[in-house]
Ligand binder design. Structure first.
Ligand code: PAF
Length: 279
């Protein structure tokens, strides 16, 4: 497995693969890999001949006071894990490689980004869309793989690729969970044992909502309230948002009459955790 730190080096690698007729997959990550990332890579290996994983903690998607400086980083550990699932190359650029001095072009996906994490983290999706567009332009993958845990991110990236006629197919892979239901996240490392236990309230509340829908509940505000009440009963959990929108358009809805996204963001200690389910 190769590790490239510069754009020309990774481009050269992909160009050579393409010249041999290889299908190229990209798994964009910010590193500190976990089983959720590895699942994206396994899916990529199934669908593509060559898999490139980017590891880049993208500063433009962090807001002031967020965890950019402390976001966990460990390239040796990540490289061993990526190699273990057959990744062919890691692209690990420095910040100046991606945002050279004078950099001033950003991508803004409208509407979809005005709610949920977009409302809670102003500028976040501008940073995500910008870096993903750059990675697509650098690697020029045939397929790119994202997790359903970041449901809004996946929708934003699909919107961007369609709107900007990008020649890449976005593949969304189901959320990978720990055995007890906690969605895998690099930020789970911030949780101490008591907080880790408290964090189970996220998946528990999603399951409770799904059970209510299965039992016939269609009133969106009642389903939402079930989730809010359960999370509020957990003293270590602080709700940032609990919302239900039509899926995939993310429009307001009062009654469930088609697919809907129940998404939540909850702070537990210094970890901001997100999770979701399609109802
Ligand atoms: O999901 C992530 O890890 C990041 O938002 C991404 C897509 C790698 C862009 O920095």
């Amino acid at each position: 497995m190769d590790i490239f730190h510069t754009i020309p080096a990774v481009r050269d690698f992909v160009r050579q693969a393409r010249a041999r007729g290889r299908v190229v997959g990209l798994v964009p990550t910010m590193g500190y890999l976990h089983e959720g990332h590895l699942e994206l890579m396994r899916q990529a290996k199934k669908q593509c001949d060559i898999v490139v994983t980017s590891i880049f903690v993208n500063p433009t998607q962090f807001g002031p006071g967020e965890d950019l400086a402390t976001y966990p980083r460990d390239l040796n550990r990540d490289a061993a894990m990526a190699r273990g699932v057959g990744v062919d190359a890691i692209f690990n650029p420095g910040v100046e490689e991606i945002y050279p001095p004078g950099y001033s072009t950003y991508i803004n996906v409208e509407r979809l980004t005005e709610k949920l994490c977009g409302a809670a983290r102003p500028g976040h999706f501008r940073g995500v869309a910008t870096v993903v567009a750059k990675l697509f332009n650098i690697v020029r993958p045939d397929y790119a793989f994202f997790g359903q845990k970041d449901a809004q991110q996946a929708l934003v990236i699909k919107r961007m690729t369609a709107d900007l006629h990008m020649d890449v197919e976005v593949v969304v892979v189901p959320t990978v969970r720990e055995q007890d239901g906690l969605a895998m996240s690099s930020r789970n490392i911030y949780l101490n044992p008591a907080q880790r236990q408290a964090a189970l309230v996220l998946s528990r509340s999603l399951n409770k909502a799904a059970a209510a829908v299965k039992a016939g509940q269609r009133d969106v505000s009642k389903i939402r309230q079930l989730v809010v009440d359960l999370i509020r009963a957990e003293p270590l959990a602080e709700i940032e948002y609990v919302e239900i929108y039509s899926y995939p358009d993310l429009e307001q809805t009062k009654v469930l009459d088609g697919a809907a996204l129940l998404a939540l963001a909850v702070k537990i200690g210094r970890a901001r955790l997100i999770d979701n389910i399609i109802l």
